[in-house]
Structures are given as structure tokens and as C-alpha cells.
Write a protein that binds this ligand. Structure first.
Ligand SMILES: Nc1nc2c(ncn2[C@@H]2O[C@H](COP(=O)(O)OP(=O)(O)OP(=O)(O)O)[C@@H](O)[C@H]2O)c(=O)[nH]1
Length: 456
């Protein structure tokens, strides 16, 4: 009966059945073994099973085999094998030592699909988690890269985002093991990308380059870009199942990008001054408070500069509020170009600006920056047809000497700035009196001299 069963039923089983010697050499495999692993009987009998085990799983597999040899019935041991076609197959084993035959007998159930759906579920969860936790789009793409890498060969991976204005796809993130770094690409020059973005038909586009796998990032308003994977072995490339998988992932990534963009947009809106795009008062005070805490911990110092434009009101009064706005924007740009990238620049409101020197190099650092700003304002501002000369009064405060917290420091720097402004006004007074300007209702353009002037 036993012979009858083995001869007639073993090859009908969906699970692989095999028998190996104590050292792990195959002596028998059934037909399902070939369906699962890709190797026929002739190709494996006499070879050691460890050759086929995924390198990462060899140690636990040897340990499981040792336990079977000790007489334990091994149920539900999971490991991975490399299929003949190079693919990875996940299997769940049941194995037993058969003393009478001197062989280990094992039955392997293919759980690759189950594993893939589990991995996919985990990946989708991780992508949505990353959309919430990533600080910005780049870190979101870094996380997505890692996640896609758990499912597909993503050693070469790029996220291309579509720039509507320029009609170009920009690599917002790309990692390439060979160091290739292609720049922006126009769908007009890459028909396969045009097809992905729905701008060309399959007939027009033809096949995508060998070894490439790409999926559009779909949104309700159309694709916003694409995920692109490149295999190092174009012969092997990616299959239809991989394409389907990437397509599915791409739709989740597109949702995550949209969510992140919205979040970053709202965050920027809340943190930035809308006129100049500099940090606003609220976020500057947060930043200053954090810097004070850090300086306290490090037992170090920091400096703060407080700037207020002299007689800015006259620009508004004589040339209009819109012109005043444009001057404030130009002032913000010039300040941005004058401070170091490590300094934190903000507009507190009106014509008041502040600079925080987090990487402080002593009181001298603040003094030097203050002089540099004064120098930068010597050059007139050209706003539309007008050439305007405007100067800032600058006050400074240092932590911890001038204040223990953000509020005290700002108060001190503000007061110092007013001291400078008063001195200046006092030194201007005699000259203004001479010209008969004080106490008179004078045309703004005349009264403004020398603080601003219009182009002729
Ligand atoms: N164009 C424009 N003006 C603003 C804005 N916010 C505030 N202001 C004006 O900026 C002026 C600031 O005036 P102050 O700093 O008090 O006065 P000032 O003329 O600069 O005089 P001093 O600071 O004493 O030299 C006020 O007239 C405000 O109405 C803005 O967003 N745009």
C-alpha cells in the first residue's frame, strides 16, 4: 500500500515533498518541487539543499535541520529559497527524521503569495505612516525607497515629479548604484514617460527601455509624476506582477505626496510672513526660545539683532502702500543675501526685522554682521521706477547677559534699536531745522531726504 501511495499520489500534491540525507543532500523530490523551485528531480538529486536556501536564511535553516535530526517534529518552519529563475520563494516546512530510512523527510508549502500580500500590507501601512512622520518630501521619498526595496529590486530608484510650468519631470529623489544622475526629462523626449502620464498612447510610445519599471503617481487631477526602478540586469528586468505591484504602491505614494504637500503648504503658511516669505513673529519666537534652551544646555551664548527701517512710513505716505510693500520685499531679499545661511532671519511685522545668530562667535560676530547690514543698505533699492534709499536702525542683545528668555532678549534688542534711532533723529534735527522742514507739512519726497528718494 505504501508503495502504491507514494507512486500515485506524491506527484499530485500541491506541496513539495523531498527527502535528504543527514548532511542535506537531496535523494528525492516530487513534481510539485519543480513547480515551486523551478528545478527538476535530475537537477537537484545529489546536490545539497543549502545551495538553494536564501543566504540570509542559511543559519536558521541549519539549526532547524539539527533539531529535526534530534528527533523533533518540525512544524511550520519558514525560510526562503532562490528559485532557478532567480526569484525568491517563501516556503513553510514540516519536517521529520525517519530513522529507518536514515533520511529527513520534509513537506514544503509555498507561501510566497501570502508573504507578498503580508509584505504589501505592511508596506502600505508604512507609506501612510511615513506621510505623517516625514519632515519633508525628500525624507518621505527616502522612506518610500526603503519600503519599496522590501518588495522589489529598488537599488536604482527615482521619484520624478512633474513641473507643469516647464512641462518637465524633475528627479525629486534618486539613488543609483552606478552613480548615474539624469537631470530633468521632458515627456516629449521620452515617449514611455509620456505614455505613463497619459500624454501618448501605447502605440505611439512603444516599449519602455529594457530593465526599467515605472508607474505613474496618479491623483484626481491627473498624474503628478512617476516612480522609476532600474534593474542592473536588463535581461532579468521586472515582470508583470512587479508592474502591478509598483502601480499599486505608486497610487499610495501619490496620496502620501499630496497629503505631505498640503501639510507642508499649511505649515509654511502658518510659519511664514506672507509678504516677504521670511519667518513670522510667532515662529521666530519659537525658534529663539529653542535656541535659548540649547544655549543654556551647552552653556554658550547667542546674539540677536533687531532692525527697524528709519522713516519707512514716508514711503507709504508719499508713494503708496503697494510701493511700501515692494520695498519691504526688497529689504527682505537684501537681508537674506547679507546674513549667513546659518543665521535665522524673520520679519516681526511692519518694518521690523530680526536676525538670530545661533552659531555665535562672540559679541564681535553680532557687531560685524550689524556693520555688514549697514553696508548693504548703502546701495539704493530700485523698486519699479523708483530708486529708494532707506537705512535701518539696528539694536543688539546677547544671551545670557541681556536677557534670560526670548521675550527679554527681544525687549532688550528693541530698546537698543530705539536708542540708535533716537540718536540718529537727534543728529538729523539741526540739519532739518536749517532746511526749515521740522514742524511743517512738507511734501513727503522732500521731507524724506536723505532717507529715500525717487528716481527722476
Ligand atoms: N507697506 C506696508 N507698510 C506697513 C506694513 N506693515 C506696517 N506698515 C507701515 O510701516 C510703518 C512703520 O512705521 P514706524 O516704524 O512706526 O515708523 P517709521 O516711519 O519707520 O519711523 P521710525 O521707525 O521712527 O524711523 C507704519 O506706517 C505702518 O503702517 C506692510 O505690510 N506694508
Amino acid at each position: 500500500m505504501r508503495g502504491f501511495v507514494s507512486e500515485n499520489f506524491l506527484d499530485l500534491l500541491l506541496d513539495a515533498v523531498c527527502a535528504v540525507t543527514p548532511s542535506g543532500d537531496f535523494v528525492f523530490v516530487n513534481a510539485a518541487f519543480e513547480r515551486i523551485f523551478g528545478y527538476g528531480t535530475q537537477e537537484v538529486v545529489g546536490r545539497n539543499m543549502m545551495e538553494f536556501v536564501h543566504p540570509h536564511d542559511r543559519a536558521p535553516t541549519l539549526e532547524a535541520a539539527r533539531r529535526v535530526m534530534q528527533g523533533h517534529l518540525q512544524l511550520h518552519f519558514e525560510n526562503r529559497y532562490i528559485r532557478k529563475d532567480g526569484g525568491v520563494v517563501h516556503v513553510r516546512w514540516t519536517a521529520q527524521w525517519v530513522e529507518s530510512a536514515g533520511l529527513r523527510v520534509a513537506v514544503a508549502h509555498d507561501i510566497t503569495e501570502l508573504h507578498q500580500s503580508r509584505a504589501l500590507q505592511a508596506a502600505l501601512y508604512a507609506i501612510s505612516e511615513a506621510a505623517h512622520t516625514a519632515q519633508d518630501l525628500f525624507s518621505l521619498f527616502e522612506s518610500v525607497h526603503g519600503i519599496v526595496g522590501t518588495l522589489l529590486d529598488a537599488r536604482n530608484f527615482a521619484v520624478l515629479l512633474f513641473d507643469d510650468a516647464k512641462q518637465l519631470l524633475h528627479p525629486a529623489y534618486q539613488v543609483d548604484v552606478m552613480g548615474r544622475a539624469p537631470g530633468p526629462v521632458s515627456p516629449a523626449d521620452a515617449p514611455w514617460l509620456a505614455r505613463l502620464l497619459g500624454q501618448a498612447s501605447a502605440e505611439e510610445a512603444g516599449d519602455s527601455p529594457p530593465g526599467l519599471l515605472a508607474a505613474a503617481l496618479p491623483t484626481q487631477d491627473g498624474p503628478i509624476g512617476a516612480l522609476v526602478l532600474r534593474s542592473e540586469d536588463p535581461e532579468k528586468g521586472y515582470g508583470a506582477a512587479d508592474a502591478e505591484l509598483l502601480h499599486f504602491i505608486a497610487s499610495q505614494v501619490a496620496t502620501a505626496i499630496e497629503r505631505k504637500r498640503l501639510h507642508v503648504g499649511l505649515q509654511t503658511l502658518a510659519q511664514r510672513d506672507q509678504l516677504t516669505q521670511l519667518l513670522n513673529r510667532r515662529s521666530f519666537v519659537e525658534r529663539l526660545s529653542a535656541a535659548v534652551r540649547a544655549a543654556q544646555e551647552r552653556d554658550s551664548e547667542l546674539s540677536l539683532l533687531f532692525l527697524d527701517l528709519d522713516e519707512f512710513k514716508r514711503v507709504n505716505d508719499s508713494m503708496g502702500h503697494a510701493m511700501g510693500d515692494r520695498l519691504l520685499q526688497s529689504v527682505a531679499d537684501r537681508l537674506g543675501a547679507t546674513v549667513r545661511s546659518a543665521d535665522v532671519l524673520a520679519r516681526l511685522g511692519g518694518d521690523e526685522f530680526v536676525v538670530l545668530l545661533e552659531q555665535d562667535i562672540g559679541g564681535r560676530g553680532a557687531y560685524l554682521l550689524s556693520s555688514r547690514i549697514e553696508q548693504a543698505f548703502i546701495q539704493p533699492f530700485v523698486v519699479g521706477d523708483a530708486t529708494l534709499v532707506v537705512r535701518p536702525s539696528i539694536g543688539a542683545a546677547r544671551f545670557p547677559a541681556d536677557g534670560r528668555d526670548a521675550e527679554e532678549l527681544l525687549g532688550h534688542a528693541d530698546a537698543a534699536m530705539y536708542g540708535v534711532k533716537r540718536q540718529r533723529a537727534a543728529s538729523r534735527e539741526p540739519a532739518a531745522r536749517e532746511q526749515g522742514r521740522l514742524g511743517q507739512s512738507t511734501p513727503a519726497s522732500a521731507a524724506a531726504e536723505p532717507f529715500y528718494r525717487s528716481a527722476d
